[in-house]
Design a protein around this ligand. Structure first.
Ligand code: MN
Length: 258
């Protein structure tokens, strides 16, 4: 049994001006027709994409339905074959437009883990704002975090580089990167707005492109701001006898104060 399709775009976007249209869109077109299983959902997605391309509709609705097709198992090869086929019947320029849109959507797919399909919508939007992958739920370190974080190892040789993504309000515990010589950590803001704080100092905002150098032995924490998803690269600086010491969680009082 496939998951039931639900759609709220009609009410969200047109509920005020056209409640009847919103009702037909959300409850009948998507609520009933999209849930009819006489043809597979994947086929239905492709038929819709073909219909839109044939009509010359290459705006946000085609983008939505291309993403929908990808999310329901249409591979890069399959969408390429579909658009190539439809080009002969519907027109070459329409295929060009569709390909320009599709290449972005399936390019993203290469960098994303399949599980991203089940991630929150806000996280998918956040992923679109950055070139590095979100990766997997950061279960291994969850006990050292308040809130949900995600981890994508980018480099595990020479120097460890990880893309860490935090949901709004999420932060790691107070911790210290120890090393006898060298060591410490470098953070580089990638997407969204985050915070960094050293013990005894004010909280610092991390914007995309900002670089934070954390000396070994300094007690600190990092995470998202209150209302933004946030990703930073964490660069593990090589050191002698390096280790991480995880300490107490950052309390709401500490997190919400300066
Ligand atoms: Mn750190």
């Amino acid at each position: 049994m496939t998951k039931k399709i639900t759609q709220t775009a009609g009410r969200t976007l047109l509920g005020d001006i056209a409640p009847e249209f919103a009702h037909f869109n959300d409850d009948v077109l998507f609520g009933e027709n999209w849930n009819n299983q006489d043809i597979t959902l994947k086929t239905r997605c492709l038929v819709t994409v073909v219909a839109l391309i044939s009509s010359g509709i290459t705006d946000s609705s085609l983008k939505y339905h291309l993403e929908n097709a990808r999310n329901h198992g249409v591979s890069k090869k399959e969408i390429a074959a579909t658009i190539t086929h439809v080009a002969f019947y519907a027109g070459w320029p329409k295929a060009w437009s569709a390909f320009n849109m599709a290449k972005e959507i399936w390019r993203e797919d290469l960098k994303q883990n399949e599980s991203l399909n089940n991630y929150p919508e806000e996280l998918k939007l956040h992923q679109k704002c950055m070139i590095f992958p979100v990766g997997e739920p950061n279960n291994g370190f969850a006990k050292y975090f308040t809130g949900q974080s995600y981890l994508a190892p980018l480099s595990t040789k020479q120097v460890g580089i990880y893309n860490v993504t935090f949901e709004p309000g999420c932060r790691n515990n107070w911790h210290i990167h120890h090393a006898k010589k060298g060591g410490g950590q470098i953070l580089i803001g990638v997407a969204g707005i985050g915070y960094y704080q050293e013990e005894g100092k004010e909280k610092v905002t991390i914007n995309p492109g900002d670089v934070i150098n954390i000396a070994p032995g300094v007690k600190h924490w990092h995470g998202a701001s209150t209302d933004s998803w946030f990703s930073h690269l964490a660069v593990e600086v090589t050191g002698e006898e390096s280790s991480n010491e995880w300490l107490e969680p950052v309390t709401d009082e500490e997190y919400y104060s300066n």
